[in-house]
Design a protein around this ligand. Structure first.
Ligand code: MSP
Length: 529
């Protein structure tokens, strides 16, 4: 049977246009999905939108349209963003779709019937003008955090999920699956702060607004957005529907199931989601990858600070690869990282234009000049630098696969760029322009060209999930046939490309960006879309 791989992004709130933070999560999943496909997995890559809740309802009122019309417009904009960014998702789920709403209602009814959900009373601080309940910790100076007015202690009927019943099962699960969360520090935090002290029952219905999925048994209640939203991960697969074959294939019998998410939503994913799955008797995911945040020099991105960076202008100005590369390379895996226009230009110039771009351009130009564009045959280790180059490429490949198999995209790319750097040094050490002047060094020159062609070929195939425009250009210039553009072909060795004739057109893969112009241009454009 085929190996399968399921990967999901969180579903995005359409309460505003998506920014580079959301794009970061999606890029990470897209790269992993492309990598897994390249490794021969049958991949189901899910993303979508989390469309219910008070905030969305408020946004719709603000825009003077119905909530449904509001989310429909946002769905058009978000799907076209993913299309422009060439995101390779298999499916796009919206929580207002009937296929999802039906599952949420049925799951809620099931939990009610088997006693996991019960009707109780919610007690909290109520702000009448805002019609909203707050917890003690949400109050500001004892007053409503939204309008600043007095609040009063009130009770209302609400449904609760018996989280408390699952405390020890959840602890047991994590004790026996300690590596299911990356990084493990996130799991430790959640276990120590929330699970070990004992889970509290969770209020899973609301009556203060109605933009949500109605509780069938009591339609004045809508289902709590997180119970609604988390179920997207299986409703999209057809769980509980007439056609559950994807659910069976990718979830029940799936080889690997991975959720990627940002650190602020760890608790929901590491506590509520596994408990809901346990209560449904469904196997738990294999992995939660928790990434950090993209922040600005002055802290978090926020509309009020005016420092929110949108992807569209960056793509328009610099193409697809640069933003993708920058975010995945520069933001340390699982940590926060700062976005600055200066760093963006510096990183793209240093790594893409100068390192990878330059290696390709100068090597292929020499291949044309000295061998009429025909890649010389592999002859083993001819000069003193060949062996080390092969070894460094081998090591980079090994590290790349190890890191990617642990979803560490940042260090996977770093390993390859180290090898590219070494290959540039190899050119400087072997000095092919000098070898070309000396008849007796012809074999050495041939070997250098063969090694360079193989290096560019290998790094380009490996990097293709990350830099799909630039690597395609490099592979096209090398005129690599389609059947060699895959990971399996890389194992064949350095005689893989013997005698291939490269393209006549050799041009730079990436433009070098002029910092003195581009930094200002970026500052002017990236905060609007
Ligand atoms: N709707 C919920 C998720 C429900 S999943 C069942 C949600 N949506 S969100 O739109 O607010 O965030 C979605 C993802 O975008 C999260 O993984 C979040 O971490 C990520 N990012 C939003 N801003 C971010 C940054 N500034 N930096 C990196 N990622 C950030 O939460």
């Amino acid at each position: 049977m085929d190996k399968t791989f399921y990967i999901s992004t969180p579903i995005y709130y359409p309460s505003g246009n998506l920014h580079i933070g959301h794009v970061y999560t999606t890029f990470m999943c897209d790269v992993i999905a492309r990598y897994k496909r390249a490794c021969g997995y049958d991949v189901y890559f899910l993303t979508g939108m989390d469309e219910h809740g008070q905030k969305i309802q408020d946004k719709a009122i603000e825009s003077n349209v119905s909530p449904q019309a509001y989310v429909d417009t946002m769905a058009t904009s978000i799907t076209s963003l993913w299309k422009n960014l060439q995101i390779s998702n298999t499916d796009f789920i919206r929580t207002t779709q009937p296929r999802h709403e039906k599952v949420v209602q049925e799951v809620f009814s099931y939990f009610l019937k088997n006693g996991d959900i019960y009707l109780g009373q919610y007690e909290g601080w109520y702000c009448k003008p805002c019609e909203t309940f707050f917890t003690n910790s949400q109050l500001v100076d004892g007053k409503c955090p939204d309008c600043g007015r007095e609040v009063s202690k009130e009770k209302e009927d609400a449904y609760f999920f018996k989280m408390s019943k699952y405390t020890s099962r959840l602890l047991d699960f994590y004790a026996s699956h300690p590596s299911c969360v990356t990084p493990s520090s996130r799991l430790k935090e959640v276990v120590k702060n929330f699970i070990e002290p004992g889970l509290e029952d969770l209020c899973v219905s609301r009556t203060s607004f109605d933009w949500g999925i109605k509780v069938k048994e009591n339609p004045s209640h809508v289902v709590y957005v997180w119970l609604d939203a988390l179920l997207n991960y299986i409703s999209a697969l057809g769980y509980g529907s007439e056609d559950p074959k994807n659910f069976e294939k990718y979830w029940l019998n799936g080889t690997e199931k991975v959720h990627v998410l940002g650190k602020e939503i760890t608790r929901f994913h590491l506590i509520y989601w596994p408990v809901f799955l346990m209560a449904l008797n469904i196997p738990l995911p294999d992995k939660f990858v928790v990434h950090g945040w993209i922040i600005m020099k002055d802290g978090k991105m926020s509309k009020s600070k005016g420092n929110v960076v949108y992807p569209e202008p960056l793509i328009e100005m610099y193409g697809m690869d640069m933003l993708r590369y920058y975010l995945l390379r520069e933001i340390p895996f699982c940590e926060d990282g700062v976005f600055t226009p200066e760093k963006f230009i510096e990183r793209c110039n240093a790594d893409l234009a100068n390192n990878y771009g330059n290696l390709t351009h100068r090597s292929l130009s020499m291949m044309k000049k000295y061998f009429n564009g025909v890649i010389p045959h592999y002859m083993g280790h001819v000069n003193e630098f060949d062996e080390a180059l092969e070894a460094s490429l081998q090591l980079a490949k090994k590290t790349f696969f190890e890191k990617m198999d642990n979803y560490d995209v940042t260090n996977a790319i770093a390993a390859i760029f180290e090898a590219i750097d070494k290959a540039n040094k190899y050119v400087d050490d072997t000095r092919p322009w000098a070898l070309a002047k000396d008849e007796s060094k012809h074999d050495e020159l041939k070997s250098v060209m063969n090694h360079l062609a193989n290096t560019i070929y290998t790094v380009s195939v490996l990097l293709s999930p990350f830099l799909y425009e630039g690597t395609k250009k490099a592979l096209d210039m090398l005129a690599i046939p389609d059947n060699l553009r895959n990971y399996q072909a890389l194992d064949k060795g350095f005689n893989n490309l013997d005698g291939l004739k490269i393209s006549d057109e050799i041009t730079p893969i990436y433009a070098r960006l002029d910092a003195s112009v581009e930094i200002d241009r970026m500052k002017e454009k990236i905060y609007t879309r």
